[in-house]
Structure formats: structure tokens, C-alpha cells
Design a protein around this ligand. Structure first.
Ligand code: CDP
Ligand code: MG
Length: 143
């Protein structure tokens, strides 16, 4: 079993796509381990996206991520990291395949509805920005 971390970004929150997105994720076989509304500060968004700080889109990305509360989640499934990146789709919703979340719910390459961890190292770093270990609920026989 593997875990991944995701964020439903401000554009998808404002358009009220969060319910459909969580349903699509559940229907794709993921268990929900953690879920939290969180309003990023500029400082926290800059830290989260630190590896992009020299990119031309960095300032716009930080402003956008702080526009409204976002919905952060941890999910579990076999091969969760690669499979969830595939479900999320290309960074640019116009290039994303038809059944992907970004194609269905994204606006453009900036406001693309979802963040998904791209590796185990990213997952290990990213979930800690939003959760403590005792806020994650690991599956038992009832789930
Ligand atoms: O999110 P993903 O890993 O697919 O893409 P990234 O290249 O790591 O970029 C992180 C985020 O920056 C994207 O999800 C977009 O929200 C934003 N971005 C942008 O605004 N303009 C670009 N040309 C590329 C990315
Ligand atoms: Mg990335």
C-alpha cells in the first residue's frame, strides 16, 4: 500500500467542484486517510512551492494558491503516487486526457484544480505542511 497527498486548489473550491472531485477519487479506489480545509498564507505557499521559486509563474502561483481555503487530503491505494498523478492528468487541463480530473475540473495551466505529489519524497515532505500524524486515520476492517 502506498499513500499520496493532494490539494483541491482555489479555482475548484470556488466553482464548488470539491464534492465531485472527492467522489471521483473514491470511485477510483482510493481510501481517504486525512482531509482538511486550510487557507494558505503567502509564506507557507512559497515554502510549499519552493522548488519553483525561479520560474516565471511563481508569483502568480503563490497569489492564486492564497485566494481561498483549499481542501488538503491524504489517500491510500496500491501504487497511489503514480496512479493519482495519472488520474489528475497533465499540468495544462487543455492537454490533459479526457477522463482526468484536470481535464474535467481545471481552467488553465495555472488554475488547474488539483495538486498531486509527484514522488514518495514529495509525499513525505508535503503532507506534513498540513497534517500531524494523529490527524490521519488509517484503514481498519470497517473502511
Ligand atoms: O502540478 P504539476 O506537478 O503538474 O506542475 P508543476 O510543473 O510542478 O507546477 C506546479 C504548479 O504551478 C502547477 O500545478 C500550476 O498550478 C502552476 N504552473 C503555472 O501556473 N504555470 C505553468 N506554466 C506551470 C505550472
Ligand atoms: Mg509538480
Amino acid at each position: 500500500m502506498q499513500y499520496s497527498f493532494g490539494i483541491i486548489k482555489p479555482d475548484a473550491m470556488q466553482k464548488k467542484h470539491y464534492g465531485k472531485i472527492l467522489d471521483d477519487i473514491a470511485c477510483a479506489g482510493y481510501k481517504l486517510i486525512g482531509l482538511k480545509l486550510f487557507h494558505l498564507t503567502e509564506e507557507k505557499a512559497k515554502n510549499f512551492y519552493a522548488k519553483h521559486e525561479n520560474k516565471p509563474f511563481f508569483d502568480e502561483l503563490i497569489q492564486y494558491m492564497c485566494l481561498s481555503p483549499v481542501l488538503c487530503f491524504v489517500i491510500q491505494k496500491e501504487n497511489a503516487i503514480n496512479d493519482f498523478r495519472a488520474l489528475v492528468g497533465n499540468t495544462d487541463p487543455k492537454l490533459a486526457e479526457k477522463n482526468t480530473l484536470r481535464h474535467k475540473y481545471g481552467q488553465d495551466v495555472s488554475a488547474n484544480a488539483i495538486h498531486a505529489s509527484d514522488s514518495e519524497a514529495s509525499f513525505d515532505r508535503e503532507w506534513r505542511f498540513f497534517f500531524t500524524e494523529n490527524e490521519l486515520y488509517f484503514p481498519n476492517d470497517l473502511q
